[in-house]
Design a protein around this ligand. Structure first.
Ligand code: AMP
Ligand code: MG
Length: 649
């Protein structure tokens, strides 16, 4: 392989680009070629520590299991020839030998013809005996004899020595992942220690000036380091032993020192962040100084995950994952897990896959293998895969999805109705009992809480009111929460229902003007006066809402023809409006009362918005739907909604 630099090593950001973008397959092939073959180191560990580890060497059984011929039942050890003719009508009498063989007792007296010895399940068969009769098929005769009422064939109720595991038999093969069953086999043979593949020590470093570790307080413009926790646990899940070195600032010297330090004790290094073209993206420059051959791929035709950087320095893999958590996860699972498992002596991961239909067209960038996270629901004829991504910066998309589908690099879309192969994040599909698709509201969690307690699983997919209505009309969900205002009739929701849908009243959300408490332009005023004051002050900045939001209609009415500063800042959620005002990027906006309250903002009530449910009539009798309707009507739910600032309809 040639080792041409993939980017110019200059400080000039304009020139610091991805000069060579490799396909996913090419990048993985080059990475593996630079790392393998290599010996997998092994270590001896206690059997009790071995769950999940890969066996380094074949194990041969050192003893017979069971080690002696033993009884499988409670009864009497006999010579089968003595009782060959026994039956109910003509029982055979046997004299009892003067010993009782329990588990752990070695027999001392032989079973001679015409005698029997009392024996417990698991007891060793005495000399002379070749069968056991069950106690149920005998009758005591005084203290020293029994009558036997069934015939016994040779070997009846006897497990012979070595019949389970024979000494010298191959017990387990190298590469087997140890679970409780394998541990049981070793324990039965008396093996207390085994040789397993050593878990590669993997150093994990997050990079970025903005990162704060969970548990500490966030300052302005800071975010929590989620990649550190995700990568560390994903390494441990896939056979590595992660060592987390914390988050390092975007400082070349500091980062180089941290990387060199980590490499001293680790066989692999995984960084995240700082691998794109942005200012302060420096990790890849450092790699070129850490060993040969250095960078193998920087820029892979993956979406998300293009800035992925793969390197090998003096035999140790060094990976820089993209900073966005979702991108980091996909590239880790797709490109790093195969390499890590191989280093750890583990077999390739086996993922479960299912076929599902995509209900909407999914656009895709030509030339990049695209991964799309999906939530699975049961449709009229088979599984439906809803794209659930919130963009590569979203961490929840990973946690809430059931799996992902892949769109080939050569395709520019996946059409609505296409059948796709979905790789599951869990071993089995978990189809929810109740599917809610539409607009999201924090009240939804309160309304579905009683269901969860009675064992129903609920899946809420946020696609907005119109998306929810469309899904309900296609019969892909049970309920679609909507809050759509019809200006013609001046009513909410009802005008939008079609055939097959009925309205279930939900709750009311008070919308109002929000501002920072104490702001004299708003404090103590009614809506009209507050608007006059805000519009009269040219330094007063607003935050708007996206076109199509119910809240936007209210804002447009308030503003009339006015277009104050901030009008074009149009976030898509109530929380974003509250954050903008709390952080002083804006002075006022419109949001719902519970959000204003949680953000500690002042609130001037404007109007109540109706958040209701379009119910798919054909699904009304389903047990989970019935449970939802009952829960929604309950006093408990009403109280919980009101406690949170909603008014039950
Ligand atoms: P970068 O690749 O460093 O430019 O980062 C891209 C985006 O991912 C930025 O929004 C970063 O703040 C974010 N990011 C980077 N590292 C982390 C991390 N460890 N945890 C959460 N977000 C991160
Ligand atoms: Mg960064």
């Amino acid at each position: 392989m040639t080792n041409t630099p993939l980017f110019r090593d200059s400080g000039n950001l304009d020139q610091d680009q991805f000069l060579t973008i490799l396909t996913r397959e090419e990048a993985l092939e080059r990475f593996e070629a630079a790392l393998f073959p290599r010996a997998v180191a092994s270590e001896r560990i206690a059997l009790s520590e071995a769950v999940g580890r890969a066996l380094a060497r074949d194990i041969v059984a050192p003893i017979d299991v069971p080690p002696f011929d033993r009884s499988n039942v409670d009864g009497f050890a006999v010579r089968s020839a003595d009782v060959a003719a026994a039956n109910e009508a003509r029982p055979v009498r046997a004299r009892l030998n003067d010993e009782v063989i329990t588990c752990g007792t070695a027999p001392k007296k032989p079973v001679l013809s015409g005698t029997a010895t009392s024996i417990a399940t698991g007891g060793p068969l005495p000399r002379g005996a070749d069968a056991v009769v069950m106690i149920e098929h005998t009758q005591p005769v005084g203290h020293s004899a029994i009558e036997i009422r069934r015939a016994a064939s040779p070997g009846q109720f006897v497990s012979y020595a070595g019949s389970d595991i024979a000494r010298g038999e191959g017990l387990l093969r190298a590469g087997t992942v140890i679970g409780s069953r394998e541990i049981g086999m070793c324990a039965a043979c008396g093996i207390a220690e085994i040789s397993v593949a050593r878990r590669p020590r993997v150093g994990v470093i997050s990079t970025g000036d903005e990162l704060v570790q969970p548990g500490s307080k966030l300052g302005p413009a800071e975010i929590y380091d989620s990649n550190g926790a995700i990568v560390t646990s994903a390494v441990n899940e896939n056979g590595g032993e992660a060592i987390f070195f914390g988050a390092v600032a975007d400082d070349e010297e500091e980062l180089e020192a941290a990387m060199r330090g980590a490499l001293q004790s680790c066989e692999m290094l995984i960084l995240s962040g700082g691998t794109s073209k942005g200012a302060g993206d420096i990790s890849h420059r450092i790699i070129s100084r850490l060993g040969k051959p250095g960078i193998i791929a920087h820029g892979v035709a993956l979406k998300p995950g293009k800035p992925l950087c793969l390197a090998v320095c003096d035999g140790k893999p060094i990976v820089i994952l993209p900073g966005f958590p979702t991108s980091a996860m996909f590239t880790f699972h797709d490109m790093i897990v195969p390499v890590l498992r191989r280093m750890a002596g583990l077999p390739p991961r086996s993922d479960s896959k299912v076929i599902a239909k995509v209900p909407v067209r999914i656009a895709s960038e030509l030339g990049r293998t695209e991964f799309v996270m999906v939530s699975l629901v049961e449709g009229a004829d088979g599984l439906i895969a809803y794209p659930s991504g919130k963009g590569s910066g979203a961490i929840t998309s990973f946690a809430q999805a059931d799996g992902f589908l892949r769109i080939d690099a050569l395709a520019d879309q996946m059409p609505a109705g296409a059948e796709a192969e979905v790789t599951l994040f869990t071993p089995h599909v978990r189809v929810p009992d109740l599917v809610i698709v539409g607009s999201h509201c924090t009240g939804l969690d309160l309304a579905t809480a009683p269901l969860a307690r009675s064992g129903f699983s609920v899946r809420a997919i946020a696609v907005g009111s119109l998306g929810g209505l469309a899904a309900a009309k296609r019969g892909e969900c049970d309920l679609a929460p909507i809050h759509l205002f019809d200006p013609n009739t001046e009513t909410y929701n009802t005008p939008f229902l079609g055939d097959g849908l009925e309205l279930v009243p939900g709750w009311r959300r008070m919308q109002g003007i929000v501002f920072r408490k104490g702001d004299a332009r708003f404090e103590g005023l009614n809506a009209e006066a507050a608007m006059r004051a805000a519009l009269a002050d040219s330094a007063c900045i607003m935050v708007n809402r996206n076109q199509g939001a119910g809240t936007r209609i209210l804002i447009d009415r308030l503003l009339g023809d006015a277009r104050p500063d901030g009008y074009w800042n149009q976030p898509k959620s109530h929380n974003a409006v509250a954050a903008a005002i709390a952080q002083q990027r804006a002075d006022w906006g419109v949001t719902i009362a519970p959000v204003a309250r949680d953000a500690g903002l002042g609130f001037i009530p404007l109007a109540e918005e109706h958040y209701d449910f379009a119910l798919v009539k054909a699904r009304k009798t389903r047990p989970a739907v019935q449970a939802f309707l009952q829960g929604l009507a309950s006093e408990e739910t009403r109280a919980a909604l009101e406690q949170a600032g909603f008014r039950k309809a």
